[in-house]
Design a protein around this ligand. Structure first.
Ligand code: PBG
Ligand code: ZN
Length: 325
């Protein structure tokens, strides 16, 4: 005797009935890179075909196109015109992201706008906070202070959710209390709770112009080898009051996604990062793979692993395919 599994695979209608995991356009958050500067600016980035830096006016237009695809959620990254040692642009009401949030929410109140909260795009040294020069790293507690300020600036500009990505210890406690004190008790925090020091971020740093000018991020982002620490990091952010957890990158860390799914009841996001996107793009362009199918299979894998939300540069293409059915 043996079990005939193929019995339920032969009829396509039955295969559909038995499909356990389904992708939907409602699963996606689409990243946008907003660059300060003249009107009409829109520039494709060589390392990420199909991904653009754009001015605020172009981003507002882009939201119209996203809505036609059924995409209502975006996450914003800013590229300021001036960078300095503390990332002042991010601490100013008229900084690039604050202005972008206001413009997008005014033109498209039905969009759900998330802001990436970090300093690497705004500092001239490219690290994720204020430097501790003596120890050649980022000063954790000094950075907590300005993270709280940055969060309140985004909140006042009308953002719908804050997503801190800097991997500072205590960042959720600090941001939550800054938001609450300013009256934003209902503004959710999606923490980049388990974020690894990854070479997969390479292409992003070109688009966001945020590569560190010296050293690397291994004194604050996690060691890819450590599974227990990966779970602890997310559980700690849950304790500190995060509303949604995240694993980043996604593809090489599916086991961690499942581990966290099994250890927390909080909603969970994955960040399908730049290097993951570009690998598929270039393999597709070289004729090595069926890009559309590999993309959908990859996205489905994230969901099956336990993700509720998928932050992905593929969102527009995937949405268009889902719309076609
Ligand atoms: C900023 C940030 C990074 C990414 C998202 N937020 C870069 C980094 O940590 O170096 C990476 C996203 C991607 O690779 O697509 N802290
Ligand atoms: Zn950063």
């Amino acid at each position: 005797m043996f079990k005939r599994f193929r019995r339920t695979r032969i009829n396509p209608k039955l295969r559909t009935l038995l499909t356990q995991t389904r992708l939907s356009v409602d699963d996606f958050i689409y990243p946008l890179f907003i660059k300060a500067g003249e009107k009409g600016y829109k520039k494709e980035i060589g390392s990420m075909p199909g991904v653009y830096q754009m001015g605020i006016d172009e981003a507002v237009k882009e939201c119209g196109a996203l809505k036609k695809l059924g995409l209502y959620s975006i996450i914003l990254f800013g590229i300021p015109d001036v960078k300095d040692s503390v990332g002042s642009d991010a601490l100013c009401e008229h900084g690039i992201i604050a202005e972008a949030i206001r413009a997008i929410k005014t033109a498209h109140p039905d969009m759900f706008v998330v802001s990436d909260l970090c300093f690497c795009e705004y500092t001239d040294h490219g690290h994720c906070g204020i430097l501790d020069l003596e120890h050649e790293t980022v000063d954790n507690d000094a950075t907590l202070d300005i993270l709280g300020k940055q969060a309140v600036i985004h909140a006042k500009a009308g953002v719908d959710m804050i997503a801190p990505s800097g991997m500072m210890d205590g960042m959720i406690t600090a941001i939550r209390s800054a938001l609450d004190e300013a009256g934003f008790i209902n503004l959710p925090i999606m923490s980049y709770s388990t974020k690894f020091a990854s070479a997969y971020y390479g292409p992003f740093r070109d688009v966001a112009e945020s590569a560190p000018s010296f050293g690397d991020r291994r004194s604050y982002q996690m060691n890819p080898a450590n599974r227990d620490e990966a779970i602890l990091e997310s559980l700690e952010d849950e304790k500190e009051g995060a509303d949604i957890l995240m694993v980043k990158p996604a593809l090489a860390y599916m086991d961690i996604v499942r581990d966290i799914r099994n250890n927390s009841r909080l909603p969970l996001a994955v960040y399908n990062v730049s290097g993951e996107y570009s690998m598929l793009k270039y393999a597709g362009a070289a004729g090595l793979i069926d890009y559309d199918r590999v993309m959908m299979e990859t996205l489905l894998g994230f969901k099956r692993a336990g993700a509720d939300i998928i932050i992905t540069y593929h969102a527009k293409e995937a949405a268009a395919l889902l719309q076609k059915g």
